[in-house]
Design a protein. Structure first.
Lengths: 513, 333
């Protein structure tokens, strides 16, 4: 046993629980991300959690890592109830998290990063000799092939991950959380990572493994927990599960929301937007689809499957390597956001705060920013025209605000989202690409946004709706595209699409589901 | 998320933002008018403690002293509002003045002035291209051009003092219009123009959009590169005007003319309460900042205090103004 002390003493426990959740809940504002979850993770095992986007996997792992604290319930580590208010405290209890976004100092060497914050020191000075010895010992124990003095920024992602793992071990972590560790890796690199995980386990370390990839989970984990809608569904040995049984566990989201009636669209109408063989290295490949006037196409897929990247590329926000974008049959050359907006192609971005609105500006300023020409003449603003245009849009979209001049940050999330829609709709676009139409809005505003989307389609607009909420895609779309690992994995008419086959395509388990 | 518990949360979230907005308004009122009150208090204090402050000649003096800094600060604030930063305006000031005086000695003052302004705008264009097409950090790019343009000024002037041959050149600074020097009216005109551009034109909206959220502005179809380039060109051109005015006033120019003027201009922008992060701000704030610095400088002079202390006061004011801004921001957003 590589680790002794407090941990070793607990080995005698009947269930050998390393970390236990007892009736844990977490809510953000009004949204309950995790509800009354009880879960026991055995020492020295690889324990996986699977679930759809937003099922609560990451919330659970962040609570264990001390990044967020539960609203209710108890967290038990090594048989003792703990309350972490910072990752530092979790680290003190031997729990480390390796995030999707690796957090390192790229310009410093591998060794410096591994020992960052826990440097071997004598007085205030780093004891380089002792640190080198400790590093050599870590390398020997893990068998990693890593040069000590190379800057971390020069390493491939797979090697950077190894640095993160070394870092966790250097901090005496006995419980390591890995959130989607294989997402940026090649198959060979992923296989190497599995070996590393197993050897850590055999040395007594517990691994909590969060992943979208079911085949991988079944291969690497000893135990699998399925979550759905923030609720614990099942925890079973992975030998007893199949990909199909896991998907079944994730299904059955309650459809509490009702969606407006979809107007039939004319399937023979010529497409207004056509995308052919769009490729961008590392983001997506061979993406082809078309949108007809009056049609709502839903795009489903797991987070990281390339949905937003495709939208941004079609809109001209990011460059592409090859492929064609055609509007009304005419090829758009070197697309840019400015050109797309002028052509009547608009995009509603995923992150309102980062890409959508200028938070320090007012409702009116944000609404008209894409179409200043319509409210000015000869470069001079015409306040009367601006007021009239904004008044009409905020009335049409029922934006609740104290006035046009109110700063955008003073509005609720739902009303900010409506202003974002208003901005996109000014100028009467023909095609609208929507990335997460209802991200961070309350139930009332959701319903209003669904009605808006359907009425826009009824007026002849073509819409592509990307959403991580499956029921949104199924409830709104005439046709569903499913993306998986940067490619369109399936296309189906709404009548054939249900949660089961969309999820199966998204997880890549068509055969077994 | 379709959690059933979403309903009880909605009533509790509604009053919260309005409460925040209320305290935000109160704090930003302090930020808005605190600086005006400070300026008025400063003026009253000097009025009472000296016999000479509130005289026509002294006021003219104060304004004359503020013209060059004020011009650079006006255009510089627009660069900052667009999310940029122009450290090189002081060096452009010197290069343009030297070129302008040399040409006016060879040809005529009018040609000299026009060429000087064009040179300033051209150097501004270089800054604009470096920071947009070249994607170099604004601070780094203009630090580089500040040093390079400074060297250019020494090279062109031959490191000596260049005298103005045609005394009519001085007219652009010293002619009196409505009781004040024409250069003072140039400052008023440029300040009004900058305020007008920011608040009444499409360009102004582009400036605030670009500075407020670069990614969102780009995705909204705002020509972010063109906007930033235009700001730097404006900054360069206006710095040239300032340089020509100073050259006309002293009828001479050298490479060291206005060596520290950029720091005074940046100090004025910040003391006025403009945000270093861009996206917001106002020209009147900048002008208040300019006035405060000018009055303090004049006051120290009249009271016979060592000008060294003036630096300590200006530096402290910047820290107080920016610190107050950060404090208000943390509370209101």
């Amino acid at each position: 046993m590589a680790y002794e002390g407090k941990g070793a003493a607990m080995d005698g426990d009947a269930n050998r629980a390393h970390v236990e959740l007892r009736g844990v809940s977490k809510s953000y504002g009004g949204v309950q991300a995790v509800r009354d979850v009880s879960l026991s993770i055995a020492r020295g095992s690889v324990h996986a959690i699977v679930g759809e986007n937003g099922a609560g996997k990451s919330t659970v792992s962040k609570m264990i890592a001390g990044v967020i604290s539960p609203s209710a319930g108890e967290l038990v580590v090594d048989g003792e109830v703990v309350q972490f208010s910072a990752p530092r405290q979790a680290l003190g209890a031997g729990i480390a998290m390796i995030d999707q976004e690796l957090a390192m100092v790229p310009a410093r060497s591998v060794m410096d990063n591994v020992f960052l914050g826990v440097e071997a020191r004598r007085g205030g000075v780093v004891d380089v000799r002792r640190q080198r010895a400790a590093f050599a010992e870590l390398i020997e124990r893990t068998g990693f092939d890593l040069a000590r003095d190379v800057p971390v920024g020069a390493l491939r992602i797979a090697d950077q991950q190894k640095v993160e793992i070394l870092r966790a071990i250097a901090r005496e972590a006995r419980f390591i959380i890995m959130d989607e560790p294989t997402a940026p890796l090649t198959q060979v690199e992923a296989d190497q990572l599995y070996e590393i995980i197993w050897s850590l386990r055999d040395q007594g370390t517990t691994i909590l493994y969060i992943s979208h990839f079911l085949d991988e989970v079944l291969k690497v984990a000893d135990t699998v927990t399925v979550m759905r809608d923030g609720v614990h569904v099942s925890t079973r040995p992975s030998a007893e599960e199949t990909e199909a049984s896991l998907v079944r566990g994730m299904l059955g989201r309650s459809l509490e929301l009702t969606f407006p009636e979809r107007r039939r669209c004319d399937p023979s109408a010529p497409p207004v937007l056509e995308v052919r063989d769009l490729c961008a290295a590392g983001r997506f490949a061979d993406v082809s689809f078309s949108l007809r006037p009056g049609e709502i196409v839903g795009m489903a897929g797991l987070i990281g499957s390339g949905r937003s990247e495709v939208l941004r590329a079609v809109f001209g926000a990011d460059p592409i390597d090859s492929g064609e974008i055609l509007l009304d049959g005419k090829r758009v050359r070197s697309p840019s956001p400015r050109k797309s907006i002028a052509n009547g192609l608009v995009m509603l971005p995923e992150s309102r705060k980062d890409d959508g609105l200028v938070m320090v500006q007012s409702v009116a300023e944000n609404t008209v920013i894409s179409h200043l020409d319509d409210v000015s003449s000869g470069g001079l603003l015409r306040p009367d025209r601006e007021k009239a245009a904004v008044r009409k849009l905020i009335a049409d979209l029922d934006v609740r605000t104290s006035g046009q001049d109110a700063p955008i940050w003073s509005l609720s999330g739902g009303n900010q989202q409506k202003v974002l829609f208003a901005k996109c709709l000014m100028g009467g676009p023909r095609v609208m690409l929507i990335d997460e139409p209802t991200r961070g809005v309350d139930v009332g505003a959701k319903r209003a946004i669904y009605e808006l989307i359907c009425s826009l389609a009824a007026e002849g607009m073509a819409l592509l709706v990307v959403s991580s909420e499956l029921e949104e895609v199924l409830g709104l779309a005439h046709r569903v595209l499913v993306m998986r690992r940067g490619r369109i994995a399936a296309e189906m008419p709404a009548d054939d699409a249900d949660e089961e086959n969309v999820l199966a395509a998204a997880f890549g388990t068509e055969g077994s589901a | 998320m379709t959690a059933t518990s979403a309903t009880p949360a909605s009533p509790s979230t509604t009053p919260e933002p309005s409460g925040r907005r209320f305290s935000g308004l109160r704090l930003s009122t302090l930020r808005d008018y605190g600086i005006v009150i400070f300026l008025i208090a400063l003026i009253i204090a000097l009025w009472i403690s000296t016999d000479t402050f509130m005289t026509v000649n002294n006021i003219k003096n104060v304004i004359d002293g503020a013209v060059a800094v004020g011009l650079i600060a006006c255009a510089g604030s627009i660069v900052i509002m667009a999310g940029g930063f122009d450290l090189s305006a002081g060096a452009i000031f010197a290069v343009a003045a030297i070129v302008g005086v040399k040409i006016s000695n060879e040809a005529s003052p009018l040609v000299g002035i026009l060429v000087g302004i064009l040179v300033g705008a051209g150097l501004g264009l270089i800054n604009g291209l470096l920071t947009t097409v070249g994607r170099i950090n604004h601070f780094v790019a203009t630090l580089g051009t500040m040093i390079a343009f400074g060297g250019m000024a020494v090279a062109i002037s031959g490191s000596g003092l260049i005298l103005v041959n045609d005394p009519s050149f001085a007219n652009i600074a010293n002619t009196d219009v409505l009781g004040f020097h024409i250069s003072s009216w140039v400052l008023v005109a440029i300040a009004l123009l900058c305020g007008f551009l920011l608040n009444w034109t499409v360009f102004g909206r582009h400036v605030f959009g670009t500075g407020g959220n670069l990614a969102a502005a780009r995705l909204s179809g705002v020509p972010i590169n063109r906007t930033l380039i235009a700001c730097y060109v404006l900054s360069g051109g206006v710095a040239a005007v300032a340089g020509l005015i100073v050259a006309a006033r002293s009828l001479s120019v050298s490479a060291t003319t206005g060596a520290n003027i950029i720091f005074d201009a940046l100090a004025a922008i910040l003391i006025g309460g403009n945000s270093v992060f861009g996206g917001e701000g106002a020209i009147w704030r900048t002008m208040i900042g300019v006035a405060i610095l000018a009055v303090i400088s004049n006051g120290f002079n009249l009271l016979g205090v060592d000008p060294l202390y003036q630096q300590i006061v200006s530096g402290t004011l910047i820290i107080v103004a920016v610190g107050l801004d950060a404090w208000v921001r943390r509370r209101s957003v």
